[in-house]
Ligand binder design. Sequence first.
Ligand code: FMN
Length: 401
Amino acid sequence: MSNLLPDSAPGFDQPIAVLKHCHDRIRKQLATLEKLLPHLASHGADEEARQAARAVMKYFDQAAPLHHEDEEQNLVPMLRSSASGADADLLAELLPGILDEHRQMDGMWQDLHEQLAAIADGSAAVLREHDVQRFAAMYRAHMEREEGHIAPMAKRLFSADQMATLGQAMQQRRGITPSAAPAAPAASTGDAVASLRKDYGQASLSENDVAGDPFVQFTTWFEEALKAQVNEPNAMSVATVDEQGRPTSRIVLIKQFDPRGFTWYTNYNSQKGRQLAANPHAALLFFWTELERQIRIEGRVERTSAEESDKYFHSRPLKSRLAAIASAQSEPIANRDALEQNYDAVAKQYGEEPPRPENWGGFRLVPERIEFWQGRRSRFHDRIVYTLQSDGSWARERLQP
Ligand SMILES: Cc1cc2nc3c(=O)[nH]c(=O)nc-3n(C[C@H](O)[C@H](O)[C@H](O)COP(=O)(O)O)c2cc1C
């Protein structure tokens, strides 16, 4: 039921596109909710169902209310003050119903929340089909009406300044400090890549207001990334080198971070696993475009303990566990069919309780250097780097952009 593939989020300098993006995420959550119904009937509140319930709850508890506030407190008042003639008539006809539906959907959500909370903690496996269908149907019709009438009207009527004001209000609601000046225009779709130019100006980073400990600073930024609903905040690039020192990089998902380091899970026999066995030095990179932030982390990589790897492996959905066994990651295979056949054979062999293969587990990068980068106007960015000292403390300095 889960979907790891990233979707691309527009910036707050395009607030109507951000609202549409929120709708797309709502549609995804509704689809998950609908898939939960047959899943619960056949599997009960298993780990996959619990994860799905938690994801849906997180979205409708946290993100959806912010979206409704964007519309009620900013978009609708701005439309009311800008519209005249036929536009004002259409608003008078549509808005009472739209606002009333927000109230109705909030009420329906409370009922669903209770049912999902019990599924998420494994104490029940009951989700009422009627409640799901009513909620999904009202949301879908509601979003269609907004996308068909409200969004096009806003695009037509709002000036660039009004768009910037709307985007800034939406950013502020999510705890992101907007710049004093209006947001930079969206990157142009010019002919040459070199002509793509986006100025950064959401926030600043000073050596005086970062934490003394880079893990504390990382935690602060990670929490801000979650709050800002950054797309795939836990996706990071991992760069390793081969025996000749030639680098290669790929994206993985960070699953844990604490003062011991930054952990992800993978196949130890994969290309990255083999390279790390020969040379344990690696570099991680997070880029949170919505916050104009980059974090670079360098250090030595070690394997997590077998107990930690077991614990994480057994928390994964069954299909992911079977896929981890079936895939000799990074090795060539003749075609997709052969891959599926390997999966089927593994599923048949192990059933519901596959064991963690010895060649699958966690890597933890123990950092020696962590740099926090905040985009600033005119490429005059802020960079604060922490370097591990021989006594275990961290030195901190500013680098030129
Ligand atoms: C968003 C995203 C998340 C990914 N997460 C992981 C992960 O957590 N672990 C993993 O082994 N591969 C993950 N991958 C796949 C890796 O990028 C890569 O294809 C795979 O690990 C094989 O890399 P290698 O041949 O260099 O070892 C992810 C890819 C993407 C795009």
